[in-house]
Design a protein around this ligand. Sequence first.
Ligand SMILES: [Zn+2]
Length: 295
Amino acid sequence: MRNFLKNMIAIFVCLSGMPFLIREWVCRNRVAILLYHDPKPAVFAKHLAHLSHRYTVISLDTLVAAIHRKDFSEIPPKSVVITIDDGHAGNIELLPLFKKYHIRPTLYVCTQIIDTHRRFWFKIDGQSKAEKEKLKRLSNVERLASLKGTVDFEPEKVYSDRQALNMVEMKEMMEGVDFQPHTQFHPILPRCTEVECKQEILESKVDLEKFLGVECSHFSYPNGDYTEREIEIVKAGGFRSARTTDIRWNTLDTPPYQLKAIPITDDAGLTLFRAELTTIPQRLGRWVNSLFWRK
Ligand SMILES: [Zn+2]
């Protein structure tokens, strides 16, 4: 039902001509940071083919440098940045596409889940969307206690299958990918104590720099949740930017520690993808969610 509605909205948006209007007017001097998680190569290939004719894909570094300089003169009109969150094992299959389209996306990874058989807490079998949404509102300690009690999950527990990228894959990807930290275990940061929050943010930078042997300077907030406290920790920790999931385009005036994003449905067909580039379906979706999952 949800998908049906989403696709109906997408058809309506595309028929209205909004994708063209927004691309030609809104995106002229604004940059979209697209946000994926675990897209399949066949779907992602279609998205990239669409983007390659209409937009310029630039790196996150280029955008962040321009925002810090307050100078967009080197940013081509209709630019997009591609970001992929978490470090899902399936991301390795996208590497040939990164090479084909000569793009260097940013992959934000959970540094204590990559190269292990640990699991993402939100990818445990048997959890409904409602249960996950409820867990996100608990304190970090309560969330972990609940996960232990209901599905016997522990952050450091080792499972038989692997959900995240491993070291060999990441080394292979490094040439075409900008890896950056996304905390160690993907907690909801504002629900953490200050000590937990600092550990998750700052130690994920240390982990990844040690792991890859390169400096990391961009961060993304798990689930897009942040407060002033998180911004201050990221800033003081030596990062140059942090990406949220606030739905909007980025301009010269976007605060670098609150970069905006346009979440894309991983398995979106071309019509839904074109509609999502306008942000209309996502804004409607957030509004509906806020009615259902209100505190
Ligand atoms: Zn995430």
